[in-house]
Design a protein around this ligand. Sequence first.
Ligand SMILES: *Cc1c(COP(=O)(O)O)cnc(C)c1O
Length: 489
Amino acid sequence: MREPTIFELSSPGRTGVTFPVSDVPKFDLPDDALLRKELPIPELAEVDVVRHYTHLSHYNYSVDEGFYPLGSCTMKYNPKINEDTCRLPGFLFTHPLQPIETIQGNLALMFEMQEWLKEISGFAAVTLQPAAGAHGEFTGVLMMRAYHKARGDSKRIKMLIPDAAHGTNPASAGMLGMEVVTIPSDADGNVDLTALKAACDDRVVGMMLTNPNTLGLFDQHIVDVVKLVHDCGGLMYGDGANLNALLGIVRPGDLGFDVMHFNLHKTFAVPHGGGGPGSGPVGVSKRLADFLPAPLICIQEEADEENPPLYGYETPKQTIGRMKAFHGHFGAIVRSYTYIAMHGPDGLKAISQYAVLNANYLMARLKKYYRVPFDRICMHEFVMEGRFEGTDIRALDISKRLMDYKFHPPTNYFPLIVHEALMIEPTETENKQTLDSFTDALIAIAGEAQTNPDIIKTAPHTTPFGRMDEVKAARELVLCCWLPENLPD
Ligand SMILES: *Cc1c(COP(=O)(O)O)cnc(C)c1O
């Protein structure tokens, strides 16, 4: 049975607000100024509205409710103190166009955040502007192009991208008119060095590499990869969406990367995935620093004995321009600032150590039941195959069945180079009991595959709605599903 819509709950005359008596003359709008003849507005009391939406929200699944092993998305628990700090009145009720003297606290926080991200990543400079990971990639690739252009090197058009890459990498390069050259992975899940060597020439803009890659594997030849690309005049782009394996352990800047985006909403604990806007700062090596978007936050006047420093704005000499209104998603930056301040250097390192330990624990328990195509120590995530010899069960079926066991499914069918891929990222915030119940569920499903495959093929059985036609849902999206003409019977 479907839920009543907010319109069906409406009752004429019921209201949730009381307006003050009007003290201005009533005036009818001219007919030709009206956009539509009628505008149905549901009439309900506050309590009806709260119950309706709270009830609907219980159909949802969130990281505050349970384990969310969605590989590559880093659905870690987001500490609630981040929500307190970003709502402090001094952050909440300021405007970016205020005179800098009146927003020194905000500027100091952003300046320090730039410095901390530099220290964490080993880069020379950082912009906080980009709105999310893909936007950070676009920003980074724009700077790579500007760098070659400024040197008068205009024939570079090829972007090298491994076959394991996140789809946003080829999309970002493609949006800038570059020719994407796919580099295969070798049998160990590293970049195939022979193929890379063959692709390196004087038409290469650079390479976009995720390390650890989306198989959760750290490239064992990373130094050679960076050298090959640099030797042909290209730049190294690091996809740092997910730094959960590297914090306090490896700095991409030290490895020779020239530019990288961070996803504050993944590694640095900002709610995402329907939970709010992300933030995709970009770090660069010295040779790209002049091309960063403007403005950056700087110290305009050094501190002296009586005064703290005065923070202000600066414009890099060959800037690619502005990438985002004002300073990006400031609220997300405050949350991540809190997270970094709260953990400190040792805490950040522990985050990565636990993230890697948790992923390896899951992999070690599960690989007796599921095929793990690249069987070596993984980093923050790993990929296994969601299929069983002699059955027609697919990764999608396993994911649907997991919902009956009250777990969010892992990432399905990505990366593309693994058959029936299930990509699992536990993150550091899960305890052993949770990891054990999750593996117990997957082991139980592996058993069901032999004894009762139908229960997997027809899952989920315990959710408010059964299995959806996902293709139809994506192709025939009904955005106004609450309108009477769109309602199912
Ligand atoms: C999430 C992710 C991105 C894209 O980040 P968005 O913030 O979703 O745009 C890019 N690369 C990798 C490896 C990712 O995991």
